[in-house]
Design a protein around this ligand. Structure first.
Ligand SMILES: C[S@@+](CC[C@H](N)C(=O)[O-])C[C@H]1O[C@@H](n2cnc3c(N)ncnc32)[C@H](O)[C@@H]1O
Length: 412
């Protein structure tokens, strides 16, 4: 498997085949040729791989959300481990033992956050064509209900070609127990306050509605300004004895049951000591965990909403030894810490941040990653700067997709 596609070799050339399972025998048609690889399309499956299973979602194959519903859950885990191993071998050029992938507590209905373009459906693979859905089998049913309630409002959909229309995205989140939800309507223009009351009536679990204003023509989901239309648009989540207030727009792991395991893995890798730095801190989920084992923790986060949540969360949990710094990790300057934890977005930390981390001279670096390729790239830079990887532990935060989360521990 490569990037979620099946991988075949035809006359020595790599051919990426979406929807193929390792071990399938297929007739395929080459649909794109490049210098070093080609893309293929399955014409007929001649013999099915034992790793295949029937995908339960009616829009599987068209919708770009999941790529791996046709693989058994055990096969998904095997191939995720292989993807991480391959990234370390090929990109980092480091031989490190990659642990077995920790299973998600639930392989279905695990997502507690969704972002639905136009409130109608997800994008098809590699395009902005909307594939409508009634329910999404990897997200919590409460989120399906929130999205359906927004659809009932019949707001004019945004048209990205003409930059007209109103509703761009519906971003909704609910808590693990499924008794609280919050929704952000991402709009191209001024919000309509009248939409909030019918939404709150239709979904009693909604604690609040926010309008996020995004009038820029780009692909970013959220704009910079939010206006609360009703209630308090945040949910309360409980993870491993800690309570978190999470706004509709803040980052929080989409799979909170697996997040509890991830935070434990990150905290175990970090160990204990005097000072720790949590970079890309979100609403403080890892920082508050580290606060139990370190005298002083500094947490750095760019998003205003997340930083506000993080400070409230520290107070909510009675934690007084975490300092939150709102800003870019790149602008951090000369901090020092015994342990640095990084949890960057998919694009990874990059050379500038790795250089800054090395300048902090930590004993240990814990890198939490949702993209093995950028993790491996940054691991190579860390290794060159003198931090060797001790362990790489993948965790399945995103069942039915080719994505995998990892906690990698480096020691000076
Ligand atoms: C993958 S999330 C991790 C959040 C948190 N550690 C958790 O486990 O919930 C990445 C976070 O980094 C923040 N972020 C992105 N770019 C950043 C930057 N350049 N400097 C600081 N924070 C950034 C995002 O707002 C987001 O909250």
């Amino acid at each position: 498997m490569a990037g979620g596609d099946g991988l075949a070799r035809v006359a020595g050339q790599a051919v990426f085949v979406p929807g193929a399972a390792p071990g399938d025998q297929v007739d395929l048609e080459i649909v794109e040729r490049h210098k070093n690889y080609a893309r293929g399309r399955i014409v007929e499956i001649i013999e099915e791989s034992p790793d295949r299973t029937a995908p339960p979602c009616p829009v599987f194959g068209t919708c770009g959300g999941c790529q791996w519903q046709h693989l058994t859950y055990d096969a998904q885990l095997t191939w995720k481990r292989e993807i991480v191993r391959d990234a370390f071998r090929r990109i980092a050029r480091i031989d490190v033992d990659v642990a077995e992938v920790v299973r998600s507590p639930s392989p279905w209905r695990y997502r507690h956050k969704t972002a639905v373009p136009l409130g109608r459906g997800f994008y098809a693979h590699g395009s902005h064509e909307i594939v409508p859905f009634e329910e999404c089998l990897i997200q919590h049913p409460l989120l399906d209900r929130v999205v359906r309630a927004v659809r009932e409002l019949d707001l004019p959909p945004y048209d990205e070609r003409t930059h007209t229309g109103l509703l761009r995205h519906v971003v909704a989140r609910c808590n693990l127990r499924g008794d609280q939800a919050a929704v952000a309507l991402v709009v191209n223009g001024e919000p309509r306050p009248g939409v909030a009351a019918p939404l709150m009536r239709a979904v009693p679990e909604l604690r609040g509605v926010v309008a996020n204003i995004n009038t820029s023509p780009g692909n970013a989901i959220l704009g910079d300004r939010s206006v609360t239309l009703a209630g308090q648009p945040a949910i309360t989540e409980e993870v491993d004895g800690l309570v978190f207030e999470v706004s509709a727009e803040s980052f929080f792991q989409v799979n909170p049951a697996a997040a509890a395991m991830l935070h434990r893995m990150a905290a175990e890798a970090a160990g204990s000591g005097g000072s720790a730095l949590d970079l890309y801190a979100g609403v403080g989920s890892i920082a508050l965990r580290l606060a139990r084992e370190f005298d002083q923790v500094t947490a750095v986060e760019i998003s205003e909403a997340a930083c506000g949540d993080a400070e409230r969360n520290a107070a909510l949990n009675g934690v007084t030894n975490v300092r939150f710094v709102r800003g870019r990790v790149e602008d951090l300057g000369s901090e020092r810490a015994e342990v640095v934890v990084l949890d960057p977005p998919r694009k990874g930390a990059g050379p500038e941040v790795i250089k800054a981390v090395a300048a902090m001279a930590p004993l240990r670096v814990v890198y939490v990653s949702c993209d093995p390729a950028t993790l491996a790239r940054d691991a190579r830079a860390l290794a060159a700067a003198g931090w060797a990887p001790l362990s790489v532990a993948p965790l399945d935060m995103f069942p039915q997709t080719a994505h995998v989360e990892c906690v990698a521990l480096f020691r000076r």
